[in-house]
Design a protein around this ligand. Structure first.
Ligand code: NAI
Length: 401
């Protein structure tokens, strides 16, 4: 049965059409409702889609515990109380990789821009200064590019950079298949001392905090360039500013900062402002129209698969589970506390009813278990769900079809 879905914050219209195409009813609003409005509105919806501004707190969730799912049409999910959502059996989906290509393209542009001092030449030309000179400008062909973190973005940068003739090296703490002719290196130090351009693509983790300090910058080749479009915590910004002032580092392109303005109305300040050959961008690595469309598609696809088939693949606060569709079976799903004996109790109820289980899949985390069951009886499915629902450790039980 189609669900009622509220999409807030001007989520790309593609999401509305994709969800409607799968039988759901969608209301799209262009703002972020405050707490009281949200609580009032959610009484009439089964699913909410948000971007970064709408806060789904424990208080909101308590009033909206009937929600089936939450879609974050963005990368981050810290605007949602994920733990509370899990307690109510509500999976939260996001779009972690929809802007991979956008970031990779920005990095490629920045490699060339740094090599040619484009930032400063552009600023000077706007000011009326004719800065025609080849001094310090180099081609990128044949130069060494070092990628730190060879995940989704790092590996895309690798492929694109080889297309321009760069020799690609990478360092990743996990074992990664090198794409094309890229060369894996066994330490960060080796990469820093080998490469002409270093670009960072690691996640924000305690282990990546302050990964690049004065020490690592001193290990980089004199006259090399640093690009950071990962997270602001990865580089000690004052150390980078010092290395640029000392002309050990010839330039940097930085998209992410330890502290970033909360909105476009707030002032941006950084020790990198005014330094030579430094390109500063306001965290726009992933901000393209294509990425917005792709986010709309990725999250609505996850929601459709969850609402229609029970798939939690990609949910950030839930055991991930997917089970293929079987013709002529009914499907029910159950979220329960992860305690011994639950599966046995549920299967007992089904076998006592003389109903055959056509397929069953369970995935658990520390706190909850998520179960998808296909049974071969259409007429019994609701009664069985009602019996499973009242088990002491059941959180949510739903009949999908
Ligand atoms: P990913 O998870 O696909 O790849 C990260 C890679 O870093 C993994 O291969 C992992 O093994 C590696 N890694 C983790 N810790 C490491 C360490 N200490 N040393 C070496 N390698 C390590 O992530 P993805 O999607 O490629 O994103 C990378 C970064 O880009 C993230 O920080 C993300 O937040 C950021 N990002 C920035 C955007 C922007 O607008 N500037 C937009 C999208 C992502």
């Amino acid at each position: 049965m189609g669900k009622r879905i509220l999409l807030t914050e001007s989520i790309n219209a593609i999401a509305k059409s994709e969800l409607e195409a799968k039988g759901h009813t969608v209301e799209l609003i262009n703002y972020s409702p405050d707490k009281d409005e949200l609580i009032e509105k959610l009484k009439n919806f089964d699913v909410i889609g948000i971007r970064s501004k709408t806060k789904i707190t424990a208080e909101v969730l308590k009033e909206a515990s009937h929600l089936h799912a939450i879609g974050c049409f963005c990368i981050g999910t810290n605007q949602v109380d994920l733990e509370s959502a899990q307690e109510f059996g509500i999976p939260v989906f996001n779009a972690p990789h929809s802007n991979t290509r956008s970031v990779a393209e920005l990095v490629i542009a920045e490699i060339v821009a740094l090599a040619r001092g484009l930032g400063d030449k552009n600023t000077n030309a706007h000011k009326g200064q004719w800065d025609k000179s080849a001094v310090g400008s180099v081609e990128v062909r044949g130069k060494k590019l070092g990628i730190v973190g060879y995940g989704h973005i790092g590996s895309q940068v690798s492929v694109l950079a080889e297309g321009m003739g760069l020799d690609v090296y990478f360092f990743d703490e996990a074992k990664k298949l090198p794409l094309g002719n890229a060369t894996p290196l066994s330490s960060l130090k080796e990469l820093l001392s080998t490469c002409d351009f270093v670009t960072l693509h690691v996640p924000e983790l305690p282990s990546t905090k302050d990964m690049i300090t004065a020490k690592e910058l001193s290990q980089m080749k004199k006259g090399s360039y640093l690009i950071n479009a990962s997270r602001g915590t990865v580089v000690v910004i004052n150390d980078l500013a010092a290395a640029i002032k000392e002309e050990h580092i010839a330039g940097a392109a930085v998209d992410v900062f330890p502290t970033e303005p909360a909105s476009n109305k707030d002032e941006f300040q950084s020790p990198l402002q005014g330094l030579k050959n430094v390109i500063l961008t306001p965290h726009i690595g992933g901000s393209t129209e294509e990425a917005q469309i792709s986010i709309g598609q990725e999250v609505s696809d996850s929601l459709n698969k969850f609402l229609n088939y029970g798939s939690t693949a990609g949910a950030v606060n839930f055991p991930n589970l997917e089970m293929s569709y079987r013709n002529n079976y009914s499907r029910l799903t159950n979220v329960h506390l992860n305690e011994p004996g639950m599966l046995g109790q549920i299967n007992n109820i089904i076998s006592k009813a003389g109903v055959n289980i056509g397929g069953q899949s369970l995935s658990t985390d520390e706190k909850i278990g998520y179960l998808i069951i296909d049974i071969d009886s259409k007429k019994d499915v609701q009664n069985l769900a009602d019996e499973i629902k009242v088990l002491q450790k059941s959180v949510i039980t739903r009949v999908l079809y």
